[in-house]
Write a protein that binds this ligand. Sequence first.
Ligand code: SAM
Length: 383
Amino acid sequence: MTPAARIAAAIQILDRILAGDPAEPALLRWSRASRFAGSGDRAAVRDLVFDSLRRLRSRAALGGAMTGRGLMLGLCRDEGIEPSTIFTGEGHAPPPLAPAEQAVTAPGRVGERLDLPDWLLPLWQQSLGDEAEPVALALRDRAPVWLRVNLRRTTPEAAAAALDRDGIAVAPHAALASALRVTQGARRLASSAAYRDGLVELQDLSPQLACALLPAQGSLLDLCAGGGGKALALAARGAGLVVAHDIDPGRMADLPNRAERAGVRIRLAAPGGVSGRFDLVVADVPCSGSGTWRRTPDAKWRLTAADLARLQQTQAQILDQAAGFVAPGGHLAYMTCSLLNAENADQAGAFLSRNAHFSLLEQRRYSPLTASDGFFLALMRRC
Ligand SMILES: C[S@@+](CC[C@H](N)C(=O)[O-])C[C@H]1O[C@@H](n2cnc3c(N)ncnc32)[C@H](O)[C@@H]1O
């Protein structure tokens, strides 16, 4: 496909997304209907779509319309590509610009410049203060790929050497040697021997830094386990009994395979089937995901104030439920991948005022300015 044909494909997919289709299924539908597209074309079209979603408002402002075509015109203007070289109407290229499209506009409103929804701006500002603008701008770029070395199976040096044999280059984090940033060859990861043999797992840096702060002795309950990223990380550090639970057991479907690959044992609990007390309870609760909008940029535009209010209610309920599983002297780790105080410090603070027998040991917020994805940890102890 020519660069212009790829842009024409992205226009078509973005129009479906703007009409309400989620991004991944919209891309999949295009892929299935486009047998002529090679793997390089698919990757390039995917990048065009996701880059546009990360910068939806600023690109629409630059392109003069909130449409697939407006977004691609905005991309040309943003990246200094002369639109008439793409919008030629020849072959599979998009039709030439109409006179009304020739006028260049620019992002004017704060929400357009920062690529955030207007309703969220006051909460964003209040949560991030001086970092509100640089963090919002950082979320407009692609996220890096981080790996966690499985110390049960190997060392960071041996994992890096194994990845190198498969053409994947990595660099260790300065303070956490078991966190490796992929600097080359990320698309080869899934088929690499290091991944297949459980030497490394995909996990962003921020949750790795947060998990490194948790006590990993004794028994562990991962109450909202999902794919099991936190349970696997803590099991690899040598926690004793590890129980994973999720209200939606389908979310844990891959966990037995991942645990086997990693050489760790994780017991799955049926929904509502957890009993007893644990030395550490992890509550990695459902949240706005505002810290991970580089990876799921369409979620940034789907979130509403009503969604956020519902999420806050669920978070408070899960925290109260989680507290009941913490053994005396044990720990409760509240985690979100959000950057909003309403889901983070405010939620932890409200829990502590409802539960006088818990005290706060540590509270950390990670952001792309200091780590990688936005992430929050409140580590509390039951007396
Ligand atoms: C942020 S995700 C967890 C991600 C996971 N810990 C990981 O590292 O991959 C939140 C999870 O909470 C689950 N969940 C939602 N409400 C719940 C509840 N009341 N009890 C337990 N799990 C719940 C969701 O199904 C979802 O899988």
